[in-house]
Structure formats: C-alpha cells, structure tokens
Write a protein that binds this ligand. Sequence first.
Ligand code: SAM
Ligand code: DTB
Ligand code: SF4
Length: 353
Amino acid sequence: MHQAFAPASSQHDAIRHDWTADEAEALLGLPFNDLVFAAQTAHRGHFDPNRIQLSTLLSIKTGGCPEDCGYCSQSAQHETELTRERLLPLDEVLDAARRARAAGATRFCMGAAWRNPTDKNLDTVLAMVEGVKALGLETCVTLGMLTGGQAQRLKDAGLDYYNHNLDTSPEFYGRVISTRTYQDRLDTLEHVRAAGLKTCSGGILGMGEGRRDRAAMLCQLANLPAHPESVPINLLVQVEGTRLFGTEQLDPFELVRTVAAARVMMPASWVRLSAGRDDMTDELQALCFLAGANSVFYGERLLTTPNAGAERDLALFARLGIRFEEAEPPGREEPGACHRHEAAEAGAAAVGR
Ligand code: SAM
Ligand code: DTB
Ligand code: SF4
C-alpha cells in the first residue's frame, strides 16, 4: 500500500482544508484498488454506502447565453440545434416539480442560461423557489454570478442550495471560458456561503485537461472555507456545434479516480455523478458508486441533453441493492425530512427479478 495515503482508517475521513495539488495528484495516482478502498473507507465514515440522493433538473430559461463556456450548448456563441426559450411560467415549473417528486426525487434544481440574474428575473425565481419548497422538495438553483444581496434574497425565500461550478483548475480555466474569471466564480461562492446557503460546486471532466488539473480543481473545492455540501462531477456531454465538441474521450478510470479523490478529500459531502451518465455503462456507474458517488441527477433530461432515464436507473439501483430516499409529503411535522424508499424492490420488480 502507498505509504502517504494508507494510514489508519480514522485519517481517511478527516475534514481538511489544506490540500496541496501535489498531494491530490498523488492521491489520484494511487494504485486503483488502494484509491477505491480509501474512498470506501471515507464514505462509510459519513454515509450509508448503499443509499443515494436523487435530484431532478429543469431548465427554466434555455439558450441565448452571452457567456462563451466552450462546453455549453446554451452559449449564444455556439451554433447548436437548441431553440432559445423565455423564462418558464411558474405553473409549468411547479408541474415539473410535482412530477419529479412523484418519481422519487428529493431535490429540484432549476437552471437558467444567464451570466447573472437581473433583480427582476430574480423576483420570478424567488416565487419558483417558494412554490417548489412548499411541495416538500429541497430546492437548488443555478443562475450564474450572484451579488451578496441576491444570495441573501434567495436565502430569505427558503432556497437550500446554490449551484455554481468551478468547472476546472485555475490553470486550465482560460482554455474553456473567457467571459468570466475564476475569481468571479470564487466570489459568487463566497456570497453564497456568507448568505448561509448550502453550496453545490464541482466541475467537468473530459475537456482535454490533465490529471494535474483535476487534482488542482479538487484542491480548490476542498480548500474553500467550508467544503461544498454537494460536489457535482460532470463528464463532458459533447454537443455538436460547441467549441469542445470532438475532444478526446477521457479514460473512464480517470472519472472513477476523480470521484474517489473527491470522496476522500470532501468525505462528508454529497458527491454527485452528474452529466454524462447517459453515455456510461452500468458497470462504470457502479464503480463510481463504489468510489463514493452518492447522488445523481434523476429524470429523462439534464438541462438541454438527455439523461439516463428513470427506468434504467431504477433497474441499476435494484441490481446493486442501492436505496434512495423519497421526499415527505408536505404538511408533515418535519418538512423536508425523508423516509426510506425501497428502490431496490421497486426496481427489482421493474426488471423482473
Ligand atoms: N448559466 C449558469 C452558470 O453557468 O453558472 C448556470 C447553468 S450552467 C449550464 C451550470 C453548469 O452546468 C456549468 O457550470 C457546467 O459545469 C455544467 N455544464 C454545462 N454544459 C455542460 C456539458 N455539456 N457537459 C457537462 N457539464 C455541463
Ligand atoms: C451541474 O453540475 N450539472 C448540471 C447542473 N449542475 C446545472 C448541468 C449539466 C448540464 C449538461 C448539459 C445540458 O444538459 O445542457
Ligand atoms: Fe451560459 Fe452557464 Fe452555459 Fe456558460 S454554462 S454558456 S454561463 S448557460
């Protein structure tokens, strides 16, 4: 076993904020079995290893974004097949949230293709947050950059999580986005944290970055004043017409290694296997769950691209004996509390086992 990373198991679940890129790179480069073992050990110190959290995504404002993120179908600088849409009306959003709850999601995440929300747009989003929360779902929004005042208004409306990704390392960042800086992203994360919102922040793999960049990105996340409560690890969804379309595919084991390192470095956070699952085999997803991923986007679509469907997911969870939790119906004594849903049984029925 590697000396630096195989000490007593109690050290695997330490909450640290002093990771160096060298250390994180060494962690990512451990023999695969040692790394996965370290991740499982950390995972079991903080979570039920056979349970995952389900979030459903909805794009509330699609396309026409002024930013130039090289991966994104919604950038106005890319010629993709996407149709630009206006901000969705409240009733459509609430219908989608009810459907997500009925399907078993506990968190509803709403995304908008904005550089930042205007205060007027934010008023509309606040009503969405209040409405979704009243359904007994946890709420998350991703709206671009926020001021401190906007973060506070979201908090006051009852928002649980704000998603804002660092996307990659500071060193690789300039190859992906030029219209906002890394520091802009860190500033928004600071506003989110200062307002008392939970932070959802992670990145994208498979954009042509190297292992050192993945290590540096994980260090940035783990060395924030508080670990993000939720860490989405996206695998680039290659959309025709975007600048990063045609990028060489990442070795799938690098995805598993990154999930495992995220679990070791942020042991008490939800690590979400996010975009890209539709193109993954069941076996690759199972390795990611073994490596400590314990949350997924659940439902037929991500924002603008297909997701692994609910039927496929239920069948996979059943084969792996993974349970998920379902939102309490609203009006119970502990709003937002969850009860166990035996996905394994439901899914087993779905696959006839
Ligand atoms: N416009 C807001 C922003 O960028 O802050 C919110 C929406 S944006 C689509 C949210 C995140 O989705 C991005 O930061 C990126 O990490 C992820 N994302 C977008 N397109 C993706 C793709 N094609 N593949 C993987 N992840 C993607
Ligand atoms: C995150 O980390 N991944 C989600 C969510 N946060 C907003 C977005 C994934 C988008 C995948 C490409 C698409 O559907 O447009
Ligand atoms: Fe706009 Fe967000 Fe897409 Fe960047 S990732 S182009 S900010 S929608």
